[in-house]
Design a protein around this ligand. Structure first.
Ligand SMILES: NC(=O)c1ccc[n+]([C@@H]2O[C@H](COP(=O)([O-])OP(=O)(O)OC[C@H]3O[C@@H](n4cnc5c(N)ncnc54)[C@H](OP(=O)(O)O)[C@@H]3O)[C@@H](O)[C@H]2O)c1
Length: 288
């Protein structure tokens, strides 16, 4: 039996819980800031609902803590998460950005921290349920820890891929989500904005500069990745949004430090010339 704490029961915490609950060898414990009595997810018209009780004590010891917070939640949540850590506890971190382990290296050894990439859009609905738009794809750095984590999802319909090019995959996701999200947040509209050739050109320029920054960080992403993303953009419907746009429209903080902010930070550290990235970062900050 694996004892698993889900810390942060929002979109991603609820999604992962839905799949983890299908494995009868898992025992789940839920931690969330606001009160919650159920997880409810609608996927392809099928609504799954699970009654839950939030944990009030931090006395239990867990095999895994799965952290599903926005970047800006962590400073407040860190102390509570740290109290849950006992010898042997492992942490899986689900959030956007780079160098995710850094947040927990003061409380856990590196070999017990699993960085993840998750590809699955999950949107909160007005009735507090979640709309899941696809089967989740999770990418992990191939390791014993990742293989142990994958086993938690035994028999679940979920795509978990182990790769030796994790950092490259992290950068590729970051480049797309940051470029798309930053422009949507500024213009406060979904993908329809890319019909404007000026905005489309800015998107391309953001991608090209971000590729240079990524390569300065030790990965090897070819310049033609820009064409791949521009082609991918054509397949998106006009109404496709992003988490940055959703946060902007809802008046919530935007995860800038995990998106365009981290790209600019790495670029500055490595002396990269990035006029479009810095201009767009300022514009998003100004529009906040
Ligand atoms: N949603 C997506 O489609 C998606 C897709 C890919 C990646 N991501 C990334 O995954 C990460 C998590 O995103 P999300 O969409 O799941 O965020 P979210 O829906 O905002 O969920 C965060 C949850 O954490 C809880 N929380 C915040 N502070 C807490 C604290 N101090 N103690 C306990 N619980 C706390 C929040 O509680 P409340 O109920 O009080 O708000 C909320 O339920 C982000 O980096 C996001 O960008 C999201």
């Amino acid at each position: 039996m694996s004892k698993i704490a889900i810390f942060g029961l929002g979109a991603i915490g609820s999604l992962l819980s839905k799949y983890l609950l299908k494995n009868k060898n898992n025992q789940l414990f839920f931690f969330n800031r606001s009160s919650k009595k159920a997880i409810q997810i609608n996927f392809e018209g099928k609504i799954e609902s699970y009654p839950i009780e939030l944990e009030r004590s931090n006395q239990n010891s867990f095999d895994w803590i799965i952290v599903c917070l926005k970047t800006y939640h962590l400073p407040v949540a860190k102390a509570a998460i740290s109290q849950l850590i006992k010898p042997g506890t492992k942490i899986a971190i689900f959030r956007n950005g780079l160098n995710l382990s850094a947040d927990f290296l003061d409380v856990l050894p590196n070999q017990n921290i699993l960085e993840t990439i998750i590809d699955c859009s999950v949107q909160r609905q007005s009735d507090a349920s979640y709309l899941q738009l696809s089967i989740p794809k999770i990418i992990l750095l191939d390791s014993t820890l990742a293989q142990t984590f994958k086993q938690l999802f035994a028999d679940a319909e979920i795509d978990i891929q182990l790769t030796n090019k994790f950092k490259e995959a992290q950068w590729k996701k970051l480049i797309e989500s940051s470029s798309l999200g930053a422009l949507q947040a500024i213009h406060e509209k979904p993908c329809v904005i890319f019909k404007d050739p000026k905005i489309l050109a800015e998107y391309e320029q953001l991608i090209r500069e971000s590729i240079v920054v990524a390569n300065s960080d030790g990965v090897s992403i070819p310049a033609k990745f820009a064409e791949v993303l521009l082609e991918k953009l054509k397949s998106y419907p006009d109404h496709k949004g992003s988490s940055m746009l959703a946060d902007k429209l809802a008046g919530r903080p935007i995860e800038l430090d995990a998106k365009i902010g981290i790209i600019v930070k790495v670029g500055i550290e490595n002396g990269v010339d990035m006029s479009t990235l810095t201009r767009i970062l300022c514009a998003v900050e100004f529009a906040k």
